[in-house]
Design a protein around this ligand. Structure first.
Ligand code: ZN
Length: 457
């Protein structure tokens, strides 16, 4: 593997930014500092570029238009070098067999290193497999508190029981937090009254029913002594629940996604089914509260929830599937919407998109940091490049992007994974089958330790 020397870049970490060189040898970071010399097969001039640790995206669904092979390609174009996929065991499927299938296929087709979350659609019959999954390095387990009509909802009895099992093995729980029975009733009422599903979409899934589920999940997990991670937080009311639980010293971690940070429910009028996601896009006040939550440390991670589906703008809204392609645009959108707009610093961006996911899932400092001995996962990012997001410059198999025509300042120039150039100036260089499967150790860190800045205090 060639030695790479990155010269004169602005190396960013959660504690700040400095002008430095980065030397990568044998796939690992060998040294970071001023004036590093010595032979290298490749020297890269990074003057005026940010040098970031490769991003870790802990929320991806490689089972739709983008699979375990193509999703990592789109991710690498977006500066992501590590993925944590959801391996969902459907009713009738085993958790272990599902994990094995994802692991084997990922190892043969993925260009990025990856870990897995276990997803339990039927914990009544699947939770007994958790200790074995834990031993195999899958240590975080997601259930649904929503989608009752689809038969995916876990009731409080099974939630309590599964958190108990997860807590005993030392793992971490995760939930899609929305009150599924209440939202199903609101949806049924809307349909009976013949109301427009697009106009009433957000009203059938209101923020307070997300906050109620977050509150309930935290309460059950707390009783079980099981740490918990809340993916895709969307609302001010939800953030308040997390902040309250944290005050009592409970280990609850919070994630949001670029779509909730950059779009609001207004977008449903313009794009309809293309931005049908669950939980839904919410108000401008909610959007602002998410940025505040990141800036002040209540929200710990930003992840994509990438789920590329076949949808067209004029499809019937009610029948359109949930989900959208997000992984490739995530870094430019969070950089432009967060750093350029003054909500957060570039250091906090690195904290919530690199270091925190690595620490919450036990991958640090192998991943998420530019320290001697860390994997040579590096992103070169040009903060001065302005460009327009269009379907035609994206690499997802989704037939659209929710950000068509959006101008952003900041662009990924190069993505390096374990010392190998994966994407350079828009060209794919990485070969499938180079991936490592990563075992996680989830939920060990204190949430207070995930916030080093204290901006504005
Ligand atoms: Zn998801």
């Amino acid at each position: 593997m060639p030695t790479i020397l990155i010269k004169n870049g602005r190396v960013v970490s959660p504690s700040g930014m400095r002008l430095a060189d980065v030397r990568i040898a044998d796939g690992k970071i060998e040294a970071v500092g001023r004036g590093i010399e010595g032979k290298a097969e490749r020297t890269i001039d990074a003057t005026d570029l940010f040098v970031l640790p490769g991003l870790i995206d802990p929320h991806t669904h490689p089972v739709y238009l983008d699979d375990l092979g193509s999703l990592p390609v789109s991710a690498a174009y977006g500066g992501v070098t590590t993925l944590i996929h959801y391996a969902y065991a459907k009713p009738g499927e085993g958790l272990i067999e599902t994990i094995e299938r994802f692991r084997e296929e990922g190892l043969s087709v993925s260009i990025l290193d990856f870990a897995l979350h276990g997803g339990l659609f039927d914990p009544k019959n699947q939770a007994e497999e958790i200790p074995e999954a834990y031993a195999a390095g899958v240590t975080s387990y997601k259930m649904f508190m929503t989608y009752a009509k689809l038969g995916w909802m876990t009731d409080d009895y099974q939630l309590m029981r599964t958190f108990d099992i997860i807590g005993q093995v030392g793992g971490m729980g995760m939930v899609h937090a929305e009150n599924g029975l209440a939202t199903d009733y609101l949806e049924d009422r809307m349909l009976e009254q013949g109301e427009d599903p697009r106009e009433n979409f957000v009203a059938t899934r209101p923020a307070i029913l997300e906050a109620e589920a977050i509150h309930r999940a935290i309460a059950l997990a707390q009783v079980a002594g099981c740490p918990i991670y809340i993916p895709h937080m969307t609302a001010r009311l939800g953030i308040e629940e997390v902040a309250r639980a944290r005050k009592s010293g409970f280990r609850v971690y919070a994630e949001t996604c670029p779509q909730y940070l950059t779009l609001t429910e207004e977008e449903l009028r313009r794009q309809g089914p293309l931005v049908k996601i669950g939980p839904p896009l919410r108000s401008e006040d909610d959007r602002r509260s998410l940025w505040t939550g990141i800036a002040y440390g209540t929200i710990d991670t930003v992840a994509s929830d990438h789920a590329a589906k076949e949808k067209k703008i004029d499809d019937a809204f009610f029948d359109a599937p949930y989900g959208s392609p997000q992984v490739e645009t995530m870094l430019p959108l969070v950089y432009d919407g967060g750093v350029n707009s003054g909500w957060i610093t570039i250091s906090r961006l690195v904290e919530v998109m690199c270091e925190n996911p690595a620490r919450i899932f036990g991958l640090y400092p192998k991943k998420g940091a530019l320290l001697p001995g860390s994997d040579g996962d590096v992103v070169l990012f040009d903060p001065n490049a302005e460009w327009t997001i269009e379907r035609s410059n994206q690499h997802s198999n989704a037939p659209y992007t929710a950000y068509e025509g959006r101008r952003v300042l900041g662009r990924v120039v190069m993505t390096i994974g374990r010392g190998e150039v994966l994407v350079e100036e828009g060209e794919l260089k990485g070969e499938p089958g180079r991936a490592e499967f990563l075992k996680t150790e989830s939920g060990r860190v204190a949430p207070e330790s995930l916030f080093s800045h204290r901006i504005g205090r």
